[in-house]
Design a protein around this ligand. Structure first.
Ligand code: GDP
Ligand code: IMO
Ligand code: MG
Length: 419
């Protein structure tokens, strides 16, 4: 049995949480492999809407193991809040285990994130201010604290050493802060984190694979936010791509089976950075309004635009996508002409991929397809969808050369069609 991977092909918020929840019944283990509480994964079922940040999206299914992998960074305060809000729902939730090698986000990591963004001024990344960048910097700088350290005798000493280093770094910025309260809350919340099983998750997964268990690796963010292949520096600090599932869980590349690539029927982005097909007009506003495009983590409004085929083809190649899933198809209803970016023009030259430089001056070239009016949210069967919906799907499939296996027409579990 091999491991399937599910990840976003755009700039995040494609609907990963919803589809992981929809697919969970096919798996024994759902494992988050990277990112941290910068993620906001939304699930809707039985009239409940729930947003997860650190906890894998399989949590609402009985008999499943949810695993937080070594590639994830954990803020114990946010983790505790997530656990509390899950408990309030009074639903039966499944087991959650955590890699000892997952790194901890310290209160001073969050301060450094805020100080760094503040210093960048109008060039800021637009980070979620969850301390993601500084935590991954300490991981690669070999200074980080890990979940497996929490119960060790030297934990407080290690914490103080790292905190003091951060306090020195904060002096570099013109940034005021108060640490005491944040720190007290952080130590309090460690008690909740301690109650969960901390495991050597790579060994656990290797054994699970040998035992024939089915595993789904859940990504966060999206391919265009990948630290190596995204629109650097306007990216997150982890590898959001299939390779990130290998390093973020300890799974060998030849153990990867299907790669599910999720994309919206249009495009969104939160935070700064290039976005060639962005619409700064009433259609962009319309997409944001109908698609309810507000960040699940920060509440910021998402920038909206047309679907971008060069970017999607790039993401498919980087990830080795075997199946596509198109989300939020319902949001395109009521638009007379739908545009699809097929390539870009820069300095009178055709360009088929996002270039290293001059991202800002790219002119997207569009294929136009006729839109539809029918509200797709109420469809009983996909075959009842207007011809124009099928034309849109076929056009994308022809261009992308990968089958689109799921069409999502609403936020609820049930608003999902398999093809
Ligand atoms: P994730 O980060 O990839 O899990 O995605 P988010 O949860 O941040 O954002 C996706 C948003 O779209 C959430 O509010 C979902 O409830 C919602 N959503 C997911 N699929 C659909 C869909 O097919 N149609 C509509 N209208 N909303 C959807
Ligand atoms: P999910 O998993 C959308 C964006 C931020 C910012 C950049 C860097 O819900 O799809 P960071 O806090 O990571 O240092 O921010 O990345 N970003 C996301 N955008 N969805 C996400 O996660 C994101 N996580 C980070 O807006 O532009
Ligand atoms: Mg999200």
């Amino acid at each position: 049995m091999k491991v399937d991977v599910l990840l976003g092909l755009q700039w995040g918020d494609e609907g990963k949480g919803k589809i992981v929840d929809v697919l969970t019944n096919n798996y024994d283990i759902i494992a988050r492999f990277q990112g941290g509480p910068n993620a906001g994964h939304t699930l809707e079922f039985d009239g409940i809407k729930h947003v997860l940040h650190t906890i894998p999206s399989g949590i609402f299914h009985k008999g499943i193991i949810n695993l937080i992998g070594n590639g994830v960074v954990i803020d114990p305060v946010i983790f505790e809040n997530e656990i509390n809000s899950l408990n309030k729902l009074n639903l039966e939730i499944s087991e959650l285990v955590i890699s000892k090698k997952a790194h901890l986000i310290l209160p001073t990591h969050k301060l450094l994130d805020a100080a760094s963004e503040h210093a960048k001024g109008k060039n800021k990344i637009g980070s979620t201010l969850k301390g993601i960048g500084p935590t991954y910097m300490d991981k690669t700088g070999r200074n980080g604290l890990r979940v497996g350290d929490i119960k060790s005798k030297s934990f407080n000493e290690k914490y103080t050493k790292l905190k003091n280093k951060h306090i020195e770094l904060l002096k570099f910025f013109d940034f005021e802060y108060k640490l005491d309260e944040l720190e007290n809350r952080w130590f309090e919340s460690l008690e909740t984190l301690k109650k969960f099983k901390h495991i050597e998750s790579e060994h656990y997964l290797h054994k699970s694979i040998r035992d024939g268990k089915k595993i789904l690796a859940e990504g966060a963010q999206g391919t265009l936010l990948d630290i190596d292949f995204g629109s650097y520096p306007f990216v997150t600090s982890s590898n959001t791509i299939t390779a990130g599932a290998c390093t973020g869980l300890g799974i060998a590349p030849n153990q990867i089976n299907d790669v599910f690539g999720i994309f919206k029927a249009y495009c969104t982005r939160v935070g700064s950075g290039p976005f060639p097909t962005e619409l700064n007009d009433e259609i962009g506003e319309h997409l944001g309004k109908i698609g309810n495009e507000f960040g699940a983590t920060t509440g910021r409004s998402r920038r909206c635009g047309w679907i971008d085929l060069p970017a999607l083809k790039y993401a498919i190649n980087i990830n080795g996508v075997t199946q596509l899933m198109m989300m939020k198809s319902d949001v395109l209803s009521g638009i007379e002409t739908i545009k699809i970016c097929t390539h870009y023009i820069n300095n009178n030259k055709r360009i088929d991929h996002l270039p290293f430089e001059d991202n800002e001056d790219l002119k997207p070239i569009y294929k136009e397809l006729k839109g539809w009016n029918k509200n797709l949210m109420e469809l009983e069967n996909l075959s009842d969808a207007p011809k124009e919906v099928h034309d849109y799907i076929s056009y994308l499939e022809n261009e992308l050369k990968i089958p689109i296996k799921i069409i999502s027409v609403g936020p609820d579990r049930k608003q999902t069609f398999f093809r």
